[in-house]
Write a protein that binds this ligand. Structure first.
Ligand code: F3S
Length: 425
């Protein structure tokens, strides 16, 4: 049974209002289901309020009612005054400014507007991205967090050395209300130790290579903690690790990993395993790389309808690169080009002229959302090209799409010619 501190018991007893009481009721149930013995304080929550466009959601236009029903799991209408913990928000059901380009219905836009007002009133920070670490939410090593979004969680754990499990909308919102989260999983040092050794025998050079590595290892390791030993020591940058994380959390459920000599809890192999013996040692070479690539490519028809890039939301480096590739070019008349990023990064892209270059080419720089989480693909869309292993993994199942996966360059070539010519080099 979970042991409650005085402040936690007070919240559960309703001394701080009904919203905190309901949140604490949920968290206690959650902790008990997990076998957690106590809670830990958190002042860093990445939460989900943007709501997917499910028909039952669209029917409810009152944001207090919606939050009560879907985030606090009750028919009772609970009016939240202010959330307690610092927080950022995951993506929303649409680009809040360019929702008509996505073909989003007006009813859903109205709903988003009412949630926007609700968020401002209750102290929810409207960051609207799956990459909170790119827009000012950068927890420090050892900090306890409560983050949603599978690709952001390994960034928090492995890259930053902060501590989180993958939270759901229904646990992150109570965490934001109370500043508490069950102490279990990756909050505990012993669960952060490596379990599998991955001997990487080829040079992992670019973003696509990191996606392929993560995709292969995620598939094999599932929920384990892989330890990557690179034969060619080449430190990845933010865009590459963003890809590794998204891929490993798509084919598997990797929330924590180590790269020896790169990530903060793995200065050495001994530190990465920290007393654990590797359960398995895997080799990643050319044939494993090709296997991951082939698993990600399911389209046959070379005619591309949509080029969808920026999953997870593009970094500033990627925005610069895509603008360079599109400069002076024209998107083919039969192709839609959507490039996704955080709106905060779009502001920088605007200032640097990247947005204008993309627009002159006929592409759209989009923010706040993505078609995978909304299933708002352009009408008639059947074949999608992407440089994201996460998008390539989910688009066939979620959107019924045929997908080509490749580099940013290959995707832009497809956008301008209408044909997929990508191949694994
Ligand atoms: Fe982000 Fe959507 Fe991809 S939430 S990680 S752009 S599926």
């Amino acid at each position: 049974m979970v042991k409650l501190a005085t402040d936690e018991q007070e919240m559960l007893d309703g001394k701080h209002g009904r919203a905190q009481q309901r949140a604490m009721e949920i968290l206690v149930q959650y902790a008990e289901a997990l076998g957690a013995e106590r809670f830990v304080d958190t002042n860093n929550v990445h939460l989900f309020v943007g709501f997917h466009p499910y028909p039952e959601v669209i029917k409810i236009l009152d944001a207090d009612e919606l939050a009560s029903r879907f985030l606090l799991d009750t028919e009772e209408k609970i009016v939240v005054d202010r959330v307690k913990a610092f927080n950022t928000t995951h993506i929303w059901a649409m680009d809040l400014d360019r929702w008509q380009i996505m073909g989003a219905p007006e009813s859903l836009h109205n709903l988003m507007e009412s949630i926007r007002k609700y968020s401002i009133r209750t102290g929810i920070c409207l960051s609207a991205t799956c990459t909170p670490y790119q827009v000012g939410n950068v927890p420090i090593r050892g900090e306890h967090c409560a983050w949603t979004e599978s690709s952001a969680v390994p960034f928090c754990n492995a890259v930053l050395g902060a501590r989180t499990n993958t939270e759901a909308a229904h646990s992150a919102f109570p965490a934001a209300l109370t500043g508490k989260i069950p102490l279990w999983g990756y909050h505990l040092k012993e669960n952060r130790r490596g379990t599998h050794l991955i001997n990487v025998q080829i040079d992992v050079r670019d973003i696509m290579d990191w996606y392929l590595l993560g995709y292969y290892v995620g598939e094999v390791c599932q929920l384990a903690v892989p330890v990557y030993r690179l034969r060619v020591q080449r430190a990845p940058n933010l865009s590459m690790l963003k890809g590794l994380n998204a891929a490993g959390a798509s084919s598997g459920g990797i929330m924590m990993y180590h790269i020896i000599g790169v990530t903060p809890e793995a200065p050495t192999m001994e530190a990465a395993f920290s007393g654990n013996r590797p359960k398995e040692t895997l080799v990643y070479g050319e044939s494993e790389r090709r296997q991951a690539y082939e698993n990600l490519n399911c389209a046959m028809d070379e005619n591309v309808d949509l080029v969808n890039i920026g999953c997870p939301h593009y970094s500033l480096e990627q925005l610069r690169d895509v603008a360079r590739l599109l400069d002076g070019k024209k998107v083919h008349e039969d192709v839609t080009l959507w490039i996704w990023t955080a709106y905060q990064l779009k502001a920088i892209a605007d200032r640097n002229g990247y947005t204008d270059i993309i627009a002159r080419a006929g592409g759209h720089l989009m923010t706040d959302s993505c078609p995978l989480n909304t299933n708002l693909f352009p009408e008639g869309c059947r074949v999608v090209a992407t440089d994201s292993a996460k998008h390539a993994h989910y688009a066939p199942a979620i959107g019924g799409m045929d997908v080509f996966f490749g580099t940013m360059q290959q995707c832009i070539d497809a956008a301008t010619t209408g044909k997929w010519r990508g191949e694994l080099k």
